[in-house]
Design a protein around this ligand. Structure first.
Ligand SMILES: NC(=O)C1=CN([C@@H]2O[C@H](COP(=O)(O)OP(=O)(O)OC[C@H]3O[C@@H](n4cnc5c(N)ncnc54)[C@H](O)[C@@H]3O)[C@@H](O)[C@H]2O)C=CC1
Ligand SMILES: CC(C)CC(=O)C(=O)O
Ligand SMILES: [Mg+2]
Length: 367
């Protein structure tokens, strides 16, 4: 298969994790005889630096003419520490999502057996947890009107949802649940918010089209607690933009680290694949960032194009690397971003070279 992939490394650790993902995708292309072409363009603070715009016109054009987008991360303390800055890196990502119509952000979360002991959560609680969050991505409070009063003594953010915006992601969520354990949990704050009541009403009506799927509801405050108390109760969580953003960072603890959590952002035309974490500026250039979230996002890209065995090759390599602790320090390993990427690249290229008996890969002892 021929795929043109737009590569948007972004800021902070973005470029170094992206390097590993491109390397792994190149290995996939070589082993499975595909032609993947990569073209990079700046976004976020890098976009502001180069062109004054966090989403340069050329970057948007590249995304639109490509088959898929691989996104790193954006954000820089230069802006985070200056709340008065009018142009911000995050606007680049928000606008990109809107321009590409990426209304559903899909974030799978599972507990890795070999990381159970490493988790700050009780292993018996999280063992076998396996869920996916469907987060609405192009509406809600992140896209509502904002204002700051003239005397700067009050500020307003507004949250709006339309029935259509709720329906389109709810359909995707129900269809996905049909292929999983057939349970959708709608997370909202319908005891307080009008938008949440519209979500409940709309999703309840839609559920009738999916009689094989159970639908239940949780208020977001309770959901935040249930996620770490009893994560196995969840199969698919459907929720609005901001709740999904917050809950998925929390849920990443079940997996062991936010550095493992991948996502796919999809709409009707375009698709973009990105780790759920940010630009982790404290780690930039130090070689300590976990590249796996980005690499698993690349695996989601492969799945999106029905390259199932290719995606599985990447997932298998990641699982083995975690088991062998060929990993970064966030999950207890002592390896660098690049050496994890190198190992995954070799495993994807020549899985047969790995000798489980004496933990050697080709001529190389890996532990
Ligand atoms: N999608 C995106 O590009 C996002 C961008 N941001 C931006 O990123 C910047 C930093 O934001 P933070 O709130 O600090 O969130 P962050 O996700 O960048 O980092 C939070 C913490 O998560 C851990 N972490 C994140 N990525 C990791 C990785 N690959 N490997 C190991 N550990 C990792 C680190 O302990 C880090 O201190 C901000 O400018 C923010 O606006 C935040 C979230 C998403
Ligand atoms: C930085 C924001 C635009 C979004 C965010 O935190 C996310 O999508 O996870
Ligand atoms: Mg986030």
């Amino acid at each position: 298969m021929k795929l043109n992939i737009a590569v948007l490394p972004g800021d902070g650790i973005g470029p170094e994790i992206m390097q590993q993902s491109v390397k792994v995708l190149e290995a996939v292309a070589e082993r499975f005889q595909h032609e993947f072409r990569f073209e990079s363009s700046p976004v976020g603070a890098a976009g502001i630096e180069e062109t004054g715009d966090p989403l340069p016109e050329a970057t948007l054009e590249l995304c639109k003419k490509s088959d898929a987008v691989l996104f790193g991360a954006i954000g820089d303390p230069k802006y985070d520490n200056h709340p008065e800055a009018k142009i911000r890196p995050e606007q680049g990502l928000l606008r990109l999502r809107k321009e590409l119509g990426l209304f559903a952000n899909i974030r799978p979360i599972k507990a890795y057996k070999s990381l159970l002991e490493h988790s700050p959560l009780r292993p018996e609680r999280i063992e076998a947890a396996d869920m996916v969050i469907y987060r609405e991505l192009t509406s809600g409070i992140y896209y509502g009107e904002r204002s700051l009063s003239e005397d700067e003594k009050s500020a307003t953010d507004t949250c709006t949802y339309t029935v259509e915006e709720i329906e389109r992601i709810a359909h995707l969520a129900f269809k996905s649940a049909q292929k999983r354990r057939k349970k959708v949990t709608l997370v909202d704050k319908a005891n307080v918010l009008e938008t949440s009541r519209l979500w409940r009403k709309t999703v309840t009506r839609l559920a009738k089209d999916y009689p094989d799927v159970d639908l239940d509801f949780l208020f977001v405050d309770n959901a935040a607690m249930q996620l770490i108390l009893n994560p196995r109760q969840f199969d698919l969580i459907l929720t609005e933009n901001m709740f999904g953003d917050i809950l998925s960072d929390e849920a990443s603890i079940i997996g062991g680290s936010i550095g493992l959590l991948a996502s796919a952002s999809v709409g009707t035309t375009y698709s973009l694949f990105e780790p759920i974490h940010g630009s982790y500026p404290q780690a930039a250039g130090k070689g300590i960032a976990n590249p796996v979230a980005s690499i698993l996002s690349a695996a989601m890209l492969l799945e999106h194009f029905n390259l199932t065995k290719e995606a599985q090759a990447v997932i298998d390599a990641v699982e083995l690397s975690i088991k062998l602790q060929i990993s970064t320090s966030d999950i207890g390993g002592g390896h660098t971003t690049k050496s994890v990427g190198d190992f995954l690249e070799s495993l994807v290229l020549e899985p047969g070279n790995f000798n489980n008996e004496n933990l050697r890969y080709g001529q190389m002892t890996i532990i």
